[in-house]
Design a protein around this ligand. Sequence first.
Ligand code: MGP
Length: 329
Amino acid sequence: MGKRSTGFSGLSRFLQAEKITPDIPVDVRNGTKRSLNSSAESQSSKKKRKSDGESTEDMETSRTKLVQKYDMSGSIPVFETMQEVPDNLKKYYAQRERFFSLYSTPPGCLLDEEGWYSVTPERIANQIAERCRCDTILDAFCGVGGNAIAFAKTCQRVIALDISPTRLALARHNAQIYGVAQHIEFILADYISFAEMYLSSPKAAASRKIDVVFLSPPWGGPSYLSGSGSPSDSNSSPNENMPAPFALSDIQPIHGVDLFKLSNRITPNIAYYLPRNTDLDEVSALVKNDNSKDDIQEFIEVEEEWMGRKLKALTCYFGGLTAGQSELF
Ligand code: MGP
């Protein structure tokens, strides 16, 4: 883990006790056996959306009314047993009900390869969504929808972008299973172009004020734990406890610093989901604190996202999302 830097208000630790769902070699897709994690399900469905008071019952009703044309079943391979899963995805498949507690609810959640290795586990997504509670949130890289689904329970409006038509369709399919698809605006777009267009059009900015931007960009694939590979890292041998630091330059599609700066022009309220081995000095440098001036010093809050004994990722909160800085919202 990186060290704490002056720009941080605190390092929050969230330990989440839970057990790994055992692999169940049965045909879950045909509904012959359901293996829902009931505690996770009740946790995820307990919350109501911010102001319209939609209840769990309403969500159940929406879930049962799937819009057929958005049902993506059959569009990508679905694994029925662990034996069918490619080796590189096995460890993710074993966590399927951590990712989506309704994974096995017919017609079944769907993930493509990138979705498998980059989706935010549901409990973590719910926790982030609680912190990001607002009117309008932009999920800049929605992937297969894990975060957008959680945001739909805490925000009035969710704008979910993805550059992949497949993943966007899978996100909508999955959101239908959770009964929240109607609360999410799915937009097939490259976030960089979308943001630039949004910023250059005062009309767009006025009609769709974005309160929070959530950034969960590609980290360069599952090898992110081996660090940036820069010459300064070459002497350090990555291991489970102390992986090589991840540099923001490895973020895609643009340098992680530029991605932050672009988003910061939309709103100061940013939640940035980053690898657990991120170099926190780089994160700290994202906010400029010049102590010689009278400017208010801005802090960043870093939340460690734990599942059981495993640190999965970090969420860095900026602007009004940081505790004690609500005046920046
Ligand atoms: P991981 O380290 O690949 O998995 O990702 P895990 O299960 O911790 O494997 P282990 O071998 O280290 O035990 C941990 C979490 O990071 C995932 O559940 C995702 O939420 C997130 N994640 C991983 N990747 C490669 C990405 C990515 O490219 N982008 C984003 N936004 N999140 C990712």
